[in-house]
Design a protein. Structure first.
Length: 135
């Protein structure tokens, strides 16, 4: 039985002129190439893929859009920061609501224990009626 692992994502290197270039060393195969989202199991199959028209065109587009990649990276970082703040706010709100629910349950159970059995049945019917109305 083999264990399936998430493949490394192929990322071209940058030469001394700032151009993206293919360098296949330094990866643990399999590698996933973003141009096809296919998995290449070894350096030889990745090398063959790198010579394909589709990969060469993709690398050319990467080079032609370098400035856009920087802008996109800045925008994505801001989006991640914004989302972290939203998640933190929602988490705090959820914790508050959990505490409110626990307080309501505790109060409800305490009231149920103090009432005679017939009154409990009536109260439970009222709660069911209230829940139906809420829907
Ligand atoms: Zn590719």
């Amino acid at each position: 039985m083999s264990i399936e692992t998430t493949p490394d994502i192929y990322c071209p290197n940058i030469d001394e002129f700032g151009n993206y270039i293919d360098i296949l060393s330094g990866y643990q195969y399999p590698v996933l190439c973003p141009c096809t989202y296919r998995k290449y199991n070894n350096k030889q199959s990745m090398s063959i893929h790198n010579k394909s028209a589709g990969h060469i065109k993709w690398l050319c587009l990467m080079n032609n859009n370098r400035k856009n990649h920087l802008l996109e990276n800045i925008q994505l970082r801001q989006t991640v920061e914004d989302q972290k703040k939203i998640i933190a706010q929602l988490s705090t709100k959820m914790d508050t609501q959990k505490n409110q629910i626990n307080t309501l349950i505790t109060t409800f159970l305490a009231q149920q224990q103090q009432q005679p059995p017939q009154q409990q049945i009536n109260d439970n019917n009222n709660i069911v009626d209230d829940l139906i109305i809420i829907d």
